[in-house]
Design a protein around this ligand. Structure first.
Ligand code: GLC
Ligand code: CA
Length: 542
């Protein structure tokens, strides 16, 4: 479905991440599922999204809630049947919505048949599909740590060797240096492409290859946990991994209009340079997440500088991607929530997200301003939270059920939800915001509509405008004769901004000014947290 001019749907469109467990429960067992998603497709179409990224839906013992896959070619029973998946695919496509699956290819579940076979004997044909090694004097092969805590090596009595797990012991890392393993993974990719899936989000791609000699990581003094006190030179971020991405690109590009977006995870402050390397100048992943926005302080220049950096790293030929939320990080509404200002801040952030050059990814509930849930220890499910409570609540707070209406359990389920619903659901829900033209939901819809309508916004060139006022982020987007200027005030005080002189500007959308009104170029006073998006056509006189 490539456009005539070489544009792809995933460049012009926006993508909505669903955490299937928490989105909508179709059968009342308290766990979100595929039927639930199908029932909400009209809502997603009306919101204006072009694609859905589903967090993993494959069978899994759920030690890491699907990020531990025991069968890459089936659907987890708690999410539905294969028939349900085909229905979802067809119903989504009928509404012009693409489906992007989450592929977890750095590790499998310990219950995957490949691992079961691999662990039976040192000479098992699948032994080298995983990373096995002898210990040293009764100790693990090297000093690597698991990112979820503890050592990265697990002793396996049956064959008296250790296996590597970068995350939980129930998530053994596969060996991407094995040609058979790699071929098996590419078959998995083709299996879903043949079925008509439109793309993949690839889990922790920067972990795929490890140092061939398994060298110790150098250590450092600062850091809360042993994992944080290592420099991860050898257990991840290996430059060789990019070659694997190039192979993946070949597999995917054999099918028209498909895409890949990689998770290139880095702890704060993130690493846009590392993420950029995974594009391999257009020969690697189509897109890679750069976590910089998820770690930005609420400051205009913090965001503006990260955009400039990302634009420069990618250049005009690679396509950026921006996101403020996902299932692993505190929600932006809470991160940027101070007193009564979380709502105006959410509007500024959304206006930025939908008007930058690049594909915006949003996370379910972001559009209604869902907050992180406040959960008690006994209510936690995420192994990270259970391990580090009370220092780290884990990732359950950002995974609480979608708030649909003010019925019991927010309309998410008729049963008992697997995670408690946030207690603000009677005020914060889709039903209520749908009826309120001033709601955040209507603001998201308006921004998405505007982005879709204006080629300058979904494909135009980006240029930061010189603004001496540190509270403002202002930039232009240009396409053919159109020029759009976006003015964002990140502050609770009014500030004076500048609309370029020499033309008459028409308001496209704003938090205060009415669409269709015109203004001359020159200084314009922005109220607290004001968003103003204006447009001119070249040749339109002053
Ligand atoms: C990624 C996922 C996260 C998961 C981890 C291990 O970071 O987003 O949810 O726990 O990989 O698969
Ligand atoms: Ca269910």
């Amino acid at each position: 479905m490539s456009e005539r001019d070489g544009r792809e749907w995933w460049q012009d469109g926006i993508i909505y991440q669903i955490y299937p467990r928490s989105f909508a429960d179709g059968n009342g067992d308290g766990i979100g599922d595929l039927r639930g998603i199908v029932e909400r497709l009209d809502y997603l179409r009306d919101l204006g999204v072009d694609g859905l990224w589903l967090s993993p839906i494959n069978p899994s013992p759920m030690h890491d809630f699907g990020y531990d896959v025991s069968d890459y070619r089936d659907i987890a029973a708690e999410f539905g049947t294969f028939e349900d998946f085909r229905t979802l695919l067809a119903e989504a496509h009928a509404r012009g919505i693409r489906i992007v699956l989450d592929l977890v290819l750095n590790h499998t579940s310990h219950e995957h048949l490949w691992f079961q076979e691999s662990r039976t004997a040192r000479d098992s044909p699948k032994r080298d599909w995983y990373i096995w090694h002898d210990g040293h004097n009764g100790q693990p092969p090297n000093n690597w740590c698991a990112s979820f805590g503890g050592k990265a090596w697990e002793w396996d009595e049956a064959t008296s060797q250790y296996y590597l797990h970068s995350f939980l012991p129930q998530q053994p890392d596969v060996n991407w240096r094995s040609p058979e393993l790699k071929a098996a993974m590419w078959d998995v990719v083709r299996y879903w492409l043949d079925m008509g899936v439109d793309g993949f989000r690839l889990d922790v791609v920067n972990w795929f290859l490890k140092d061939a000699e398994l060298r110790d990581n150098p250590t450092k003094w600062l850091g809360a946990r042993p994992y944080d006190r290592q420099r991860h030179l050898y257990d991840r971020d290996r430059p060789e991994t990019v070659e694997v991405m190039k192979e993946l690109r070949q597999v995917v590009d054999a099918y028209p209009a498909r895409m890949t977006v990689g998770e290139v995870y880095r702890e704060p402050p993130g690493s846009p340079a590392l993420a950029a390397s995974y594009y391999a100048r257009g020969e690697g992943l189509h897109l890679a997440f750069n976590f910089a926005f998820l770690y930005c302080k609420w400051k205009a220049s913090a965001f503006a500088d990260r955009v400039d950096e990302w634009e420069e790293l990618l250049g005009p030929d690679c396509w950026p991607v921006y996101t403020l939320n996902n299932h692993d990080q505190p929600r932006s509404y809470s991160r940027y929530g101070v007193g009564g200002e979380s709502d105006p801040r959410a509007r500024v952030a959304a206006a930025m997200l939908f008007t930058l050059r690049g594909t915006p990814f949003i996370y379910y509930g972001e559009e209604i301003g869902m907050r992180d849930g406040t959960l008690k220890k006994a209510e936690l499910h995420d192994p990270v939270g259970k391990r580090y409570w009370p220092f780290h609540p884990g990732r359950d707070p950002e995974r609480t059920p979608m708030q649909w209406d003010d019925a019991p359990h927010a309309g998410f389920t008729t049963g008992t939800p697997w995670l408690p619903v946030n207690d603000d659901f009677r005020e914060v829900n889709v039903w209520r915001q749908d009826r309120d033209p001033d709601s955040l939901l209507h603001w998201y819809r308006a921004l998405i509509r505007l982005r879709r309508r204006e080629p300058a916004l979904h494909r135009g060139a980006y240029r930061r405008l010189p603004d001496t006022d540190a509270a403002l982020f202002t930039y232009s987007r240009e396409w053919e004769h159109d020029r759009i200027v976006v003015l964002l005030n990140f502050d609770r005080m009014p500030h004076e901004a500048h609309v370029p002189a020499g033309s008459t500007w028409e308001v496209c959308l704003g938090t205060r000014q009415r669409a269709g009104d015109t203004l001359p170029g020159g200084p314009v006073r922005l109220a607290a947290y004001e968003v103003l998006i204006v447009k001119t056509r070249r040749g339109a006189g002053a």
